[in-house]
Ligand binder design. Structure first.
Ligand SMILES: Cc1ncc(COP(=O)(O)O)c(C=O)c1O
Length: 400
């Protein structure tokens, strides 16, 4: 039996998956700012626009609302990192979520908690076409009809807790619905949603793909079996709705993806160490952590994380993600702790190399006011632990 050639590792693909479209001598990508591109000077190559959107030859471009060199390079890399699924990028994560729903055009969307902005998109669509928003409760899932959507965010914003994709895939299959996943909190190598039957994987590329808190982007990756049918219509709709990502973001995105695996692995390991430390401090009943912190939420704290062979272990074999939440005992403690730490910026968003902490009530009115969301960066984890500890101690001293 002939050996199947070994696939290049994720780390290698994030450096080389765009080599074949690099037609320049530059090792680092050039930045292309042009919005428009010259047509061929050979009249034989010129074909009028027909009903169908013309397929562009690789390396050729017309207008940057359709495609552009830096964006195409970013999409080529992403496609290799997301299971060779065709990828389209958008101006932001929410623009990608909107584009996905415009394309699938469901009557009903079943969605759990998670990022409140996605619920905002659904309310806009409700205004436009009466789309019904359902929850993931058994009675709501029962109402789904063929062509509707089950949208799962995993792990969830802001708690970092995971949801079982196999479970929702079975329901989507029985109901003849589409299963879409917002995997922003678990980029490669943490989760491969296509291994669990998902139709479209969405990411806020602003987070881990960008990784440096300096670009907005949204990503849709389409299950390869669906691509021939879906990609042309998604491309057409992106062209006419105009929610494209800028070329600078494409350039920054390529720069960022080179280190995706290094960053995400380190961030997830750092988060796990901090969660383990907080939980063991809490269990000890000694010191400042149990006095001020009511609980810690993270996928690693779900009971299935301790069960050999559980859905959670199968779904996230490489770590439980870099975001977790602290429930403080009081709202006041949650408001004050971010001002006591020095290595965590008090800011919204997540996924950058720097650690952030956010009193989530500042940007999500639906959130428990005692909740602090922590997005762990690539710093030394002991420094982060010591910073949290001194912050908690300072807060406790203030309360005396
Ligand atoms: C899980 C999740 N999905 C989507 C988004 C929206 O992404 P963007 O801010 O890039 O529009 C966010 C933003 O925080 C998010 O956390």
């Amino acid at each position: 039996m002939a050996d199947t050639p070994r696939q290049l590792s994720l780390a290698t693909r994030s450096i080389h998956a765009d080599d074949s479209i690099n037609t320049y001598q530059d090792v680092a990508p050039a930045m292309h700012v042009s919005t428009t591109f010259r047509y061929s000077r050979n009249p034989e190559d010129l074909h009028p626009w027909t009903e169908e959107m013309p397929e562009l030859a690789p390396g050729t471009f017309i207008y940057s609302r359709e495609s552009a060199p830096n964006t195409t390079r970013f999409e080529t890399l992403l496609s290799s990192l997301l299971g060779n699924a065709p990828v389209l990028t958008y101006a932001s994560g929410l623009a990608a979520f909107h584009a996905m729903l415009v394309h699938l055009n469901p009557r009903r969307v079943a969605i759990g908690g998670g990022y409140h902005g996605c619920h905002g998109v659904l309310s806009v669509l409700h205004k436009l076409n009466g789309l019904t928003q359902l929850t993931l409760s058994p009675s709501d899932l029962d109402q789904l009809q063929p062509g509707d959507v089950i949208h799962i965010e995993t792990p969830l914003n802001p708690t970092g807790e995971a949801r079982n994709l196999e479970f929702y895939h079975d329901i989507a299959k029985t109901k003849n619905c589409f299963l879409t996943v917002d995997a922003t909190f678990a980029p490669p190598p943490l989760l491969d949603p296509f291994a669990f039957g998902v139709d479209i994987v969405m990411h806020s590329g602003t987070k881990y793909f960008g990784g440096h808190s300096d670009m907005l982007s949204g990503v849709l990756a389409v299950r390869p079996e669906r691509a021939a049918e879906w990609i042309p219509s998604l491309k057409f709709e992106r062209l006419v709705l105009g929610g494209v990502m800028g070329s600078l973001e494409g350039w920054l995105g390529v720069r960022s993806l080179r280190t995706l695996e290094l960053r995400v692995t380190r961030q997830s390991e750092n988060a796990q160490r901090l969660v383990d430390w907080l939980v063991s401090e809490k269990q000890s009943g000694q010191g400042v952590v149990p006095q001020l912190v009511d609980g810690v939420a993270h996928a690693s704290q779900q009971p299935e994380a301790r069960e050999e062979g559980s859905w959670l272990r199968r779904q996230m074999p490489n770590g439980y993600g870099p975001v977790f939440a602290l429930y403080m005992k009081t709202e006041e403690a949650a408001r004050r702790l971010p001002s006591k730490v020095h290595l965590f910026h008090h800011a919204t968003s997540l996924g950058g190399v720097e650690s952030l902490i956010e009193w989530r009530a500042m940007s999500d009115r639906t959130c428990d006011r005692r909740l602090l969301r922590v997005s762990v960066g690539v710093e030394g984890w002991e420094d982060l632990r010591d910073d949290l500890l001194q912050g908690l101690e300072a807060l406790e001293a203030e309360q005396k």
